[in-house]
Ligand binder design. Structure first.
Ligand SMILES: Nc1ncnc2c1ncn2[C@@H]1O[C@H](COP(=O)(O)OP(=O)(O)O)[C@@H](O)[C@H]1O
Ligand SMILES: [Mg+2]
Length: 261
């Protein structure tokens, strides 16, 4: 393992068993994540993206292959690994500050309070410490979920379609925020998304997966300036590359549509 590799996955296979029948979800996945990197994963629903994230953080076991975190085999829940999901999963009966501090254990009260305060500020929720989840908008709830994911100062944050339920403008705003936060904290981030633009805008590398069983079909390395400029020709080229992978007939469709117009 090279010095800055934080996650190493090699020839990973995963099967689930339902009603006594095994079916393969992930097939021969090999992927290395470097410290401080932002990697995005795109793929059809059901191709095993969430399963892959859960295996990386040790919440789900695997059938065969290698999964390592900081050079150590993953055999159970991985320390220093935060998670953010599509639904914020805040506890409705707890104030925002208590939700954010929920996972922080083994710390003195004042240190914990300081961490919570810092992270609420980081995500732009200063002043909402004493609010309840029902009093926050969708975007604010996701901010709180990000703060909770980062409050324990993890080395790595796994995001599973975190902005999937947000409206388009809030979503773009949150994409910008997560970049700012990543720059500030230098946390390694792996984000699963359905949104191809989002995958390009955020991903230093974009992992493109095939339908079930999920296999990595492409890893696209993006240029920093090109991915941050949604109007650039390079951005459009990345987009075309991904579209063409998922929808092989998209060029024909374009022809047909033009004809119809
Ligand atoms: N705990 C489980 N037991 C059995 N099947 C599961 C389990 N979790 C997920 N699956 C199935 O595995 C496949 C991949 O699921 P998932 O990783 O959630 O895909 P994705 O996140 O790409 O939509 C789906 O068909 C799903 O129904
Ligand atoms: Mg999923």
């Amino acid at each position: 393992m090279s010095k800055n590799e934080i996650v190493k996955v090699e020839h990973l296979n995963k099967e689930y068993v339902t009603d006594g029948k095994a079916f393969q979800v992930l097939k021969d996945i090999s992927l290395t994540i470097n410290e401080g990197e932002f990697v995005t994963i795109v793929g059809h629903s059901g191709c095993g993206k969430s399963t892959l994230l859960k295996i990386i953080c040790g919440l789900v076991d695997y059938s065969d292959g290698v999964v390592e975190r900081d050079g150590e085999k993953v055999t159970g829940p991985v320390p220093q690994c935060g998670m953010v999901f599509q639904d914020h999963r805040l506890l409705p009966w707890l104030k925002i500050k208590d939700n954010v501090g929920f996972g922080i254990k083994d710390l003195q009260k004042d240190k914990k309070e300081k961490l919570v305060k810092e992270h609420l500020e980081l995500v732009g929720l200063k002043g909402f410490e004493n609010s309840y989840p029902s009093q926050l908008s969708g975007g604010m709830s996701q901010r709180a979920a990000i703060a909770r994911g980062l409050a324990g100062d993890p080395k790595m944050l796994l995001l599973d379609e975190p902005f999937g339920a947000l409206d388009a403008l809030t979503r773009i705003q949150m994409q910008r925020e997560i970049l700012r936060i990543q720059k500030e904290k230098e946390t390694t981030m792996i984000m699963v998304t359905h949104d191809i633009d989002e995958a390009i805008f955020l991903g230093e590398r974009i992992v493109v997966m095939s339908a079930r069983p999920g296999e990595i079909k492409k890893i696209i390395k993006t240029d920093k300036y090109a991915r941050r400029n949604r109007g650039s020709a390079e951005f459009a080229a990345y987009k075309k590359q991904i579209y063409n992978f998922f929808f092989e007939d998209s060029a024909d469709l374009l022809e047909e549509t033009e004809f119809m117009i």
